[in-house]
Each structure stands twice: as C-alpha cells, then as structure tokens.
Design a protein around this ligand. Sequence first.
Ligand code: ZN
Length: 547
Amino acid sequence: MKKSLLCLVGSVLLLCSCGKRVETYSSSIPNVQQKVDEFISVKLTADLSHLSENDKKMIPILFEIGKIMDDLYWKQAWGDKDALFSAINDEALKQYVHINYGPWERLNDNKSFIQGIGAKPAGANFYPADMKKEEFNTLEDELKNDLYTIVQREEETGALKVLPYHEVYKAELTKVSELLKKAAGLSDDAGFKDYLLKRSEALLTGDYYASDLAWMSMKSNAIDFVVGPIETYEDALFGAKAAFESFILIKDKEWSDKLAHFASLLPTLQASLPVEDKYKLEVPGSDSDLGAYEVIFYGGDCNAGSKTIAINLPNDPRVHIEKGSRKLQLKNSMKAKFDKILIPISQLLIDDEQQKNVTFDAFFENTMFHEVAHGLGIKNTLNGSGTVREVLKETASAIEEGKADILGLYMVDMLTGMNELGDDQVLMDNYVTFMAGLFRSIRFGASSSHGKANMIRFNYFKEKQAFTKNEETGKYKVDFEKMRQAMIDLSNEILIIQGEGDYAKAKSMIKEKGFIQSELQADLDRIEKAGIPRDIVFKQGLEYLEL
Ligand code: ZN
C-alpha cells in the first residue's frame, strides 16, 4: 500500500493508509475561529440566461470534473484528505484546514497550525517528504523533471521512482476524460468542443500541447473551462510539478469586446509612449487575446491561498511562440475583492474627499490595462546585447511588472486623450484607485516582483509629491497634476532602463525604492488592526446558479 505524506509526518497521531492508531488532531494556535473569520465568504454566481440549453446541461458535468480536480489537488498538496478531516472534531479547525487545503497557513508563510504536524515539506506530496535535493539529483530518470510526474519510494528498496500522473491518478483521470467527452458532445461551439476532446486525451497521456493550442484557438464559446495540472507554485522544492486545478468561466461579452478594442489600439498607444522614438521601435501585436469573465467555480490549486483575479495561460513556451497566450480577467471575483477589501482599506487610508474616486470600473481598468501594457515598450535591448529579460537578469520581472503597472495607468491617460474612455474624471478615479490598490497589494509584504514594483512606484510618487499624507487623519491625498507628471517621468525612466538593458540602474532602483518604509508599515498595521479581511473564500455550487 502506498505511503501517504500524512503517514510520514503524523504517524503516531492518526490512522492512515499504513494502519497506525487514531487520535484527534487539535489546533496549535489560540483562536482558529478568528483566523477563519479573516476570510470573507462570497457567493460565486453569474447570469446564465443567454446560454443555450446544451450549454446549461454541460455545466453540471463541468462541476463534477472540477470537484475531481479539487480532490486530486488535495492529494498533491497533502495526501489523504478524508483521514485528516476524520481526525478533527473542532468545526472551526476543519474550516481552516479546508481554506488552506491542509494544516499549514498559506497566507502566513505556510506555518503549521495543528499540533504534532511539523513544517510543510517544500516539495508538498510530489516527492517523498524525507527526500533531499542531493538524492533527487542522483536519480537517473528522464521524466524526473517532467511537469506531470511524481516521485515516490519503492516499497521494498526505498529507492526513488518516477511515476506519471496518468498512472498514479488513473482512476480519477479516466473518469475526467470520459466526462470531458460527454461535455464535448453537448457543445454547440466547434472550437470549445475540439478543446474539450483534446483535453480529454491529454489527461490520459500527459501530453497537453495539442489541447493548449486548441484552447488558444477558441473564439466564440460562451463557457470556458480551465482544467488540468497547470501551475507549479505548490512544488516549492523544484517548481517542477504541476498542480491540478479548474476554473469554470462564463464570458462577459460586452467587456471582452471592449478589451479587444483596446488591444487593437496597442500600435497607436506604443507610438505615443513618453520616451524617445528609439525606445519604441518594436511594433506590438494588436491581437492580444484578452477577455472578461465571471467565474462560477474555483477548484484545487487556484482555490488555495490567495484567490487569483486574472489568468494568463497556457504556460507552455512552445505555445507562446506559436500562438501567444490568453489573458482572462475574472470580473466577479475582482468585484468581491474590491467591495470587501479595497473599499474598507480606502475608508481607512484615502482622503475623505477622494473616496468617491475609488471605483470598481477604475479598479477593473487598472488590472486589465496592466495586462495590456505588458505588450508595450520593447522586448530587445537597443545595443543588441539580448532580450530585456536576459540582460536585466533577476531584476527583470520586478522592472517588467513596474512597467506594466505604470504604462497601464499611462494608457488610461492616452485613451481619455483619444476620447476612448471618458474624461479627466475617469483619469482621477484611476489615480486614486491605483493608490488605494497599492495598499491592498503590499499589505502582506513586498518581497515578490509585483511587491517590489509597487514599492518602487509608491516611493517614487512620494518623492515627486504625487500624494501627500495628512498627519492628523493619516489619510493619503492624490495631487492630480503632480501624479500625472510623476507617472510620465516614471514611465520614461523604466522604458529607458529596459531599452538600454541597464542592469546597474535596475538594481539600484530596486535597492533604493523597492522596500516598505517604516511609516508605511505603520499604515499597513492599521489595516490589520481594523480587521479588514485578508482574502475571500467562495461559496460555490450548482445551488447558486439558475440553470
Ligand atoms: Zn504583470
């Protein structure tokens, strides 16, 4: 019988697959209920009235698949889910384990919160918990770094062996494959049908390439379905193994059309960037595939920890070269985070007069223009030393995220100038919402590339007096003119760093500005004290939908 991770880390406490005695797990932190309450619950629903009868019949099938993906992710992240839950009596503790997909706090450096369970193995359940990197390095198997394999120990010898997902999870994946075929049989959309069929094959062979290409080719489908082993964050040991997840999505046609229109303006926008011509000679593609969606189901990896509000897939670089990638903006979960988290933060930290400028439209625009703005600027340095990414090395992604943030804002400026988006009011809403959004993003630290980019911008704006802070109320106020100028100047600086491939400048910018100063930390602490939710959790299921 296969040893589960549970068995290795908690063998004296629990009956697991190798037959140890049962005891009850208890919490190692004082008030679990309070921890649970830090996650505010939101119903996932969407208008389905425009769907065809066949599409409506398909949705329960997709939910069934999504549930299997969720169960498979549990196996990858932890091991035996049922054994874990059956050893917990406390309701709040159960809920907290549920939120975290295991006994480690995902939004708190994976700290263990159950007595007797140690630190989370870096490689989750993708590798034996006792395996060291050195041992893995000596393993000779060409599939050991494959995205869709796991590493286990031989029962008898204890030697490492590599197994493909489609063998380890054969029963589940066969079931999913059949359900995908059933769903495909109901689809009236040729592109979506083709994708579902190719995906049903892929899960059985571990070769996702053709199905990824099919996913890129879909254009007119009202339902979208992300399913399979996809992201590699759960494997913190090597970042090599893909975790199962699933999103069921309903396309927001109106906003998707708007996004397509904005993307079509990219070449014009590129020409108007606030930088010398030589830094904008590359012509961006105008067919950037960007869409707005309502999510009705999150399962597995994407439902664990912080909830994604935008998807950019597939990850396969071969598909990027051939077809690019698709960017999906998840409007209803964005709205939930806006209402439940961003609004309370701005009530605490944004000037009373300017709170009216914190709007959902601006929040949505900030997020989607960030994605579009990745397409602006240039990808290759001017002196031919290589791509910006190569030359800027470990600073590349913080600088690139900073570019997308600031040019996203600059796009709003350009679009209002072109009468494409509205007037100065829209611009001011975007500035103030951008400012409030910054507090939300850096609330849990600024160590990621996005976090560093946010801090560079915050400290840059501060120097340029784009905002001021009222010492009495502790609230921040945006200065329209100075903010506009700071945005133009920072856009210019970043575009030049990328164009010149100026690694030294990138490094010093991150060093000097990419961190949280103590005064700001005090403001972030106020957010914590005010009991503003850390994140959202979803109430989801067919019962929340009108089918
Ligand atoms: Zn980005």
